[in-house]
Design a binder for this molecule. Structure first.
Ligand SMILES: NC(=O)c1ccc[n+]([C@@H]2O[C@H](COP(=O)([O-])OP(=O)(O)OC[C@H]3O[C@@H](n4cnc5c(N)ncnc54)[C@H](O)[C@@H]3O)[C@@H](O)[C@H]2O)c1
Length: 313
């Protein structure tokens, strides 16, 4: 089976490529290599690589021979979506429609990677209404609706997968956990948005990759939704405390103003059954990876969304 991984040079996409390699599969990786996509993330993996933009017509020719396309390609940072939403609309919405058009033409199975953020703050299951708060989650929710529309209207074979907050090796330093680790290693304070009591459900990225690979084998491709919660919810302040224990270091926190539209919590259930890595164990693996791979993160710390306390401004 020919599998294409869109956005495979990013954080979760590259973990998914590693999971496919474990299963003896050599995928085609298609990625634009934006600020978040790096060939370093695919070091020591077995894959074919094509640089391309999901918004571009050229994607059709590239995906023509695929049997299955898994789409991780997206703009993913909520703060950036508040600062400048336009790329979130073009990549996350129009890019998805472009890939759906290719699925309509060539008939491949399409796994769309969405997020728990589309549900907003209310607890729910796979059938809950979408209630996004940020430009990021609004773009992801819009894309999900187009996937459903293409299933209904054109019989495209597709599914929607909604993981909760991922963490692990190779996550860009703008995101909360790598930001805490790297800033603490550099002796800097960690900005905490609002009161720090917002709750997030964390899942180790290797679990997400494994669960996605497993569910692709049993999907019905009728537009069904699969939630992937980590089932380990903590507040941001509790997370800082856990990381401080794991790192054996004091983490200097600084309360700053809250991110506009900041959801207090995400909270979804799942109909899948799986095990996840205990949070503390996953945090330890993640910390060790950042300790050993300074070459990976050092070139990225000049970035506004790593450096500033309230970068959305
Ligand atoms: N990280 C999380 O906690 C999380 C949680 C739930 C869902 N998701 C979803 O999972 C997917 C992957 O997230 P991630 O954290 O790995 O993101 P990431 O930002 O690390 O990687 C995104 C990848 O997409 C590529 N890309 C961006 N625009 C592109 C374009 N126009 N054409 C081709 N490639 C493009 C980037 O180069 C990068 O390699 C996204 O769809 C995201 O919404 C992420």
């Amino acid at each position: 089976m020919r599998i294409a991984v869109l956005g495979g040079a990013g954080f979760i996409g590259s973990a998914f490529v590693r999971e496919l390699n474990k299963r003896g599969i050599r995928p085609l990786v298609v990625d634009l290599l934006t600020y978040a996509g790096r060939l370093e993330n695919l070091k020591d993996t077995d894959h074919e690589f094509v640089k391309a933009d999901v918004r571009d017509q050229s994607i059709h020719e590239i995906l023509k021979q695929a049997d299955l396309v898994v789409n991780f390609a997206a703009e993913t940072h909520v703060d950036r979506s508040i600062y400048k939403p336009q790329d979130f609309v073009t990549t996350n919405v129009l890019g998805t429609i472009n890939v759906l058009e290719a699925a309509r033409r060539f008939g491949f199975e399409y796994a769309h990677i969405s997020t728990d953020e589309v549900y907003g703050e209310e607890c729910g299951n796979e059938d809950s209404p979408l209630n996004p708060s940020s430009p990021y989650s609004a773009s992801k929710a819009s894309a999900d609706l187009f996937v459903k529309a293409y299933v209904r209207t054109y019989n495209v074979k597709a599914i929607i997968i909604r993981p909760s907050n991922n963490y692990g090796p190779r996550q860009f330093p703008e995101k909360f956990i790598p930001k805490i680790i790297i800033r603490t290693l550099l002796g800097l304070h960690v900005p905490i948005y609002g009161d720090g009591r917002q709750e997030r459900d964390w899942i180790f990225v290797e679990d997400t990759a494994r669960i996605i690979a497993d569910l692709l084998e049993r999907a019905e491709w009728k537009g069904e939704v699969y939630n992937i919660p980590g089932k380990q919810t903590v507040s941001n302040l509790e997370l800082v405390k856990l990381l401080s224990e794991v790192m054996g270091k004091e983490i200097k926190i600084k309360f700053v103003s809250d991110r506009p539209g900041h959801d207090r919590r995400y909270c979804m259930s799942t109909r899948l059954s799986y095990e996840t890595t205990p949070l503390k164990e996953g945090l330890r693996k993640t910390y060790e990876w950042y300790l050993e791979n300074e070459w990976w993160w050092r070139p990225l710390i000049a970035d506004k969304f790593f450096k500033e306390d309230e970068p959305w401004k």
